[in-house]
Ligand binder design. Sequence first.
Ligand SMILES: [Ca+2]
Length: 438
Amino acid sequence: MNLKLYLIAGMFLAALSSGLSAQIGTGQSMAFTDGRGNPKAGSVDPGMVNVPVLQTNVIVLSIAQADITAIAVDNVGTAGAADYTALKLWDDVNGNALVDPGEALLGTATGAFPASFTLPKAVTITSAGATLLVTVDVSATAGVGETFGIRLDPAAHVTVSPAMQVGYGPITGGDQAVNPIATTLSIVTQPAGAVSGSPFTTQPVVEIQDQGGRAMTGYNAPVDAAIFTGPAGATLLGTVSVNPVNGQAVFTDLRIDLAAAGYELRFVTGSLSQTSAAFDVLHGAATQISISVQPGGAQEDDPLAPQPVLELYDAAGNLCATDSSTVVQAALAGGSAGALLTGTANVAALNGVVTFTDLSVDTAGLAYRLDFSGAGLAGASSSQFDITAGPVQVNPGSDDDDDDGGCAVQAGGTHLWLAAFSMMMLTALAVRLRRKQS
Ligand SMILES: [Ca+2]
């Protein structure tokens, strides 16, 4: 075996020394041409990887196959070798000049140019040809304006086995200039914790990003926020236009007045925009009382008809629809001096509605009203109502139906209570007497 190789090598050297080198590979050649998608000049961002810079079609003529054993490229951009973090050679199976899943990495290269790819194994090219793609990984510190460009000189930088003529070329890809462009508005913090009229507890943060997904730290055009989805009449309050710092617009005091579910915000800067995730705006604490049913007049000691019904609202005017805890107290005002309000005067809200059920006034009079109050609530007064006297029994011994001298008989009221109290006292007395006797 070895002897055979030495013989071949010897013949090769002999051929060279005898000036017959042109005969090597005679009739056998390998063609390198521009690929269909040889990348055109474009923009890249520091830190981008697998940026296509050169595509070439390779075809073997006159024999079935050959192996590329080494391939090297030249830098024709302005970027220094150190800015090429890596050069990679790919088998671009689908010929689209992009690295796609499943396409094989044939070799990598770094260092000074011409850069030689380390080919883990010889790349076999058949007579059907192949499409090779060279990509660069751009250093994160590559400067703006630097260009990355690669040239392949088949004659000078491609080594094939068996040795044969290679052409054509050189083949040069398009320069990829480092030129970060604002391509994406990304919401890095979604708005959350919204209560009507109060700044969101989690304020949104949006970032302007370049084609590599990195913050455009020099971008300073304002980012505007607006309601994208929400009920009619809702208003986004606070500082709705923010100038980015280091590529990020940090909102600080956004708030929405109307409580509703499923709001979305829209952020816009220049031609870029992004819509937030949906969020709800809850109502705030109850601060206002609205009387939805005014109390009506009645006969003394009879239930007011109708009974008052109240609704509780927050400072922004939202019905406090989930408030089932705030207690409202009703107090009697106006009318006859000394009149008493009876019934359940302290009532807790149920889903923001306070419904009184058994209020009554014990004394006839004109122009009564009810004053409503509660913790954190601005007070409210009802409209006026009158209380009429109950039926009066004709009793010559009395000229005053409010007299409690026992001459007048009234339905209900203090007289009945006094009668009941007297009965209780009498009973107690009787029990004590009976105990003493026994
Ligand atoms: Ca591809």
